[in-house]
Design a protein. Structure first.
Lengths: 119, 119
DNA sequence: CTGTATCCATGGAGATACTG
DNA sequence: CAGTATCTCCATGGATACAG
């Protein structure tokens, strides 16, 4: 259970997963991420990136020798290990949506339906 | 990404997973759950249980014909479908802990270490 | 561009007391 | 036992302005 909480604390926020998923496409810069992750503010993005960096999921590299300084965020190779987690969440999430919206279709095979659905 | 968020919204709270994990052992009553899930207050437990019920993950049954009414919470069969998710989180969570505490051991196989660890 | 600092609204969540 | 109601504190997070 403790491991589960660790993972959840790290990924459970509102933005972390979105950022990671975005970075799965490749390295991005700050502004680019802010465009990708719809709705996030600079403050939040900055904070989240810091946390992800501390946790070793991504690395931050500064290129100071260009006009307006350029900062690039790259998902650590280790960040890829999150794929199974993301996949599990994705899989279950879509299943769940079906269960809530169309319970009889979704679980028809495994539960006893008192009356078959007419339509 | 939307499915991922759905799953996260449902499981991301502070207590939901703990409650579910506890209920994996079998049906429990309110007080029993409150003892199991360390630190949770009655208010939170009540709220979380309600949400989980709405989402169809557990069912609530009242036995009114006993002295102090007895309420039992049972994980829906569908709740078992969360096992892969829990497992993925657990697996990654424990891996992550290692990566943070002992980076060289954990990723030694897949990253180029500039200098082999002496010890 | 890449952030940080400040202000502020909202809601999450604990403590406590109370009800059926 | 199984909750609900109320009060309150505090963290999260948005908006905005500012800085390197």
């Amino acid at each position: 259970m403790r491991s589960v909480r660790d993972a959840l604390d790290l990924l459970g926020g509102k933005w972390k997963l979105a950022i990671i998923v975005s970075l799965l496409e490749g390295p991005k810069r700050f502004k680019q991420l802010q465009r990708d992750v719809t709705g996030i503010t600079a403050k939040m993005l900055s904070k989240e990136l810091k946390e992800l960096e501390v946790n070793g999921l991504l690395s931050r590299s500064v290129q100071a020798d260009v006009a307006p300084v350029a900062v690039t965020y790259t998902l650590a190779p280790y960040g890829d290990t999150l794929l199974p987690v993301i996949d599990a969440l994705h899989h279950w999430g879509s299943q769940h949506r079906m269960n809530i919206m169309h319970p009889q279709e979704a679980v028809a095979a495994k539960t006893e339906v008192s009356e078959p659905v007419a339509a």
